[in-house]
Design a protein. Structure first.
Length: 207
């Protein structure tokens, strides 16, 4: 019963954070509505992969090492931050460019670019280090077994896949996509501010 309670606590903590609107939701949502479901799934796959990397680092006790690996993670953080700022500026500048009749999906980028955007953005998020570094310590007792920790990792991974893939699937529904594209003049500046703000935070974060 104690292990089940620990797993439930872990799941509730993760879901509470993962379901909070943020840059991952914005990236997947924008991709789903402007491109196709396939491209949105690629971004979601990048986000899930980054979560799996940080979760593995937490399980193996490598978070402290990751925090010291300034050169590698600083590059990821800077690239992700600059990309988000550029994306945000484009959204604000081009908010009036699309007409209501312009509802055809955009020409997709290369698959690796969609995937790498999701991966780099999540990997470069300093909050991910703190979150995954404390997640298991918060939910599990200090003497938690290896089986319990691996079970918790599986719960988090399945939840991450479900949330992000589900978001990509729902927002790429044609009716949802068309509704978004007709509201781009209002919605795009909001997304632009979100992207710029998050990108600025990444660039301003100390290595």
């Amino acid at each position: 019963m104690g292990e089940l309670q620990s797993l439930l606590t872990l799941w509730l903590i993760y879901m509470g954070v993962a379901l909070s609107p943020g840059v991952n939701f914005a990236l997947i949502g924008q991709t789903a509505t402007l491109y196709t479901r396939r491209e949105a799934f690629l971004v979601a796959a990048g986000v899930v992969t980054a979560s799996a990397v940080w979760m593995s680092a937490a399980l193996l006790g490598l978070i402290a090492l990751a925090e010291r690996a300034g050169s590698i993670f600083a590059v990821i953080r800077i690239v992700a931050g600059m990309y988000l700022i550029m994306l945000g500026v484009q959204k604000i500048r081009h908010r009036n460019a699309a007409s209501e009749s312009d509802i055809s999906p955009k020409q997709p980028m290369a698959s690796w670019r969609h995937y790498s955007v999701g991966f780099a953005t999540s990997m470069g998020n300093p909050k991910a280090i703190l979150f995954f570094g404390t997640l298991f310590a918060t939910a599990f007792p200090p003497d938690a077994t290896t089986t319990l920790r691996l079970s918790g990792a599986a719960v988090v991974l399945v939840s991450s896949i479900t949330i992000h893939a589900g978001l990509a699937a729902v927002l790429s529904i044609e009716a949802v996509r068309r509704g978004y594209l007709r509201a781009r003049r209002v919605v795009d500046p909001i997304f632009g501010i979100i992207f710029i703000g998050f990108g600025a935070k990444l660039l301003a974060t100390d290595p």
